[in-house]
Structure formats: C-alpha cells, structure tokens
Design a protein around this ligand. Structure first.
Ligand code: PXP
Length: 249
C-alpha cells in the first residue's frame, strides 16, 4: 500500500477570541495563540469569521495573517460580504461552511447539491484570487460529487456525527459513520479533490480519522483551546500531533 501523505494539523483559534470577547478587552489575544500554535508545530491557522462576529473579528483576520508564516484558512459562509473580505485578504485557503445565527457551532455540512450554480459562480473568483477553496460537507456521495462539479479543490468532511457517536459510546453508529467517511474520502480523492476533516475531534477520537489515508489535513479547535486551560496550548497541540502521528503509522 502506498504510504499515506503527511497529515497536517490546522489549529482553529476562534475560541481564544470567544474568551477575549467575554470581557470586551484585548486579551487573550488570538494572535498570540496563532504564534504559539505555529511554534508548537501547527501546519496552519484556521479562523471562522462568522456573520455575527461572535468570536473572530475582521481585525483579527488582518492581524493573524500579518503575524504567522504558516497558511491561514478562513472559514466563512458563502455570502457576498464574506466573499469581498476573502478577496481583499486572499488567504491561503477559504472553507465555505453553512451558518445559522442560532447555532452554537457549525452543525451540519453545506448542501452543495441544492446550491450548484450559485456556488460555482461564488467559488470561481476566490480561486482566481489564489485561495484554495474547500467545502465543508457531510460524508455523503452526492455532496462529494457536487463539490467536485462546482469547482472546489478541497472538501472538509464533517466528522461531528462520528464524534458524537464516540462520546455516546454508540459503537455501531460510530463504525457506520466511519465507513461513510472512508468511502467519501476515497471518492473525493478519485474525483481529484484534496480531503480534510474536522469538527469535534479530541485526543481519544482523532485516531480513526487520522488513519483515513486520503485525509491530509485535520482542523481542530474547541477541544485544543479547552485543553489549553489545563496544560497550555503548546502542550495540547504537541499531544494532538503525537496522537495523529501514532494513528498514521
Ligand atoms: N472545521 C470546520 C469547517 C468548522 O466549522 C469547525 C468549527 O468551527 C472546525 C473544523 C473545528 O471544530 P472543533 O472546534 O469542534 O474542533
């Protein structure tokens, strides 16, 4: 079997901004978190600029992009405002996610099949500006095929359902979801897409996802920032890296 490609770790620092915003001051500073993540071996920094700016703000995107040397992945809803911001910043990657104001986090994947022609027109200028465009989708064959059709270069598979089954101890549902993830990753690669995964990953559940050979990047946020409260951000990232490497061996 061919050796699996290096597995990149993108650290999502949104929740450092959540903490900062809780008090309305300048700290904790997301730029400091981005630099610490870079130091600890993160391969990229992920920021979700939500329409309601509940955590990351426009000025954070500027500041983080200016501060780090590793690639920045800007998560955003496929709105005209966000497209303007992405075109002005030209981040390494743009990951399009569905967004509802009342949700606490990104709850589901994009419905690419229902939004075909609009997404094709939306993606083209982002690609022309030099960003790699990723779609955050459920591990569903029709969504993977639609993502390839609308011109995405990358898909990020939503592993939230898998993570929930792990937390519930529902082994049968977890294994069925893992099979869907393996199949979606294989199909995506066959269609020429780069495969990422994310949502709800932690030290315990990351192994089986890191072991999917087609997956080349994981984006992890909430757990790492929570763990950082106890062990520090660099230690949390290094341990995640170790777990990912173990699974990849
Ligand atoms: N990837 C995408 C596309 C996301 O929307 C999120 C959540 O913002 C993550 C990864 C990270 O998820 P978590 O914070 O649960 O690790």
């Amino acid at each position: 079997m061919a050796e699996a490609a290096h597995l990149r770790l993108g650290v999502n620092i949104d929740h450092v901004a959540t903490l900062r915003n809780a008090r309305g001051g300048a700290g904790p500073d997301p730029v400091r978190a981005a630099l610490l993540s870079q130091n600890a071996g993160a391969d990229g920094i992920t920021l979700h600029l939500r329409e309601d700016r509940r955590h990351i703000r426009d000025s954070d995107v500027d500041a983080v992009m200016a501060a780090v040397k590793i690639p920045v992945n800007l998560e955003m809803a496929a709105t005209a405002e966000m497209q303007r911001i992405a075109l002005a910043h030209r981040p390494h990657a743009v990951c399009l996610v569905p967004e509802r104001r009342e949700e606490r986090t990104t709850e589901g994947g994009l419905n690419v099949t229902d939004d075909n022609s609009r997404l094709r027109d939306y993606i083209a200028p982002l690609r022309a500006a030099g960003s790699r465009v990723s779609l955050f989708i459920a591990p569903d064959e029709t969504q993977v095929e639609a993502a390839a059709r609308v011109g995405a270069q990358v898909i990020e598979l939503h592993v939230g359902a898998y993570a929930e089954y792990c937390a519930e101890g529902n082994d049968a549902a977890r294994d069925a979801e893992l099979r869907r993830l393996f199949a979606a990753a294989a199909l995506g690669k066959e269609l020429g897409l780069e495969i990422h995964a994310g949502h709800g990953l932690d030290f315990v559940n990351v192994g089986p996802i890191a072991a999917i050979p087609e997956v080349v990047e994981l984006n992890i946020g909430h757990f790492l920032i929570g763990e950082a409260v106890f062990v520090g951000l660099e230690a949390a990232i290094r341990e995640m890296r170790r777990q990912m490497n173990l699974a990849r061996m």
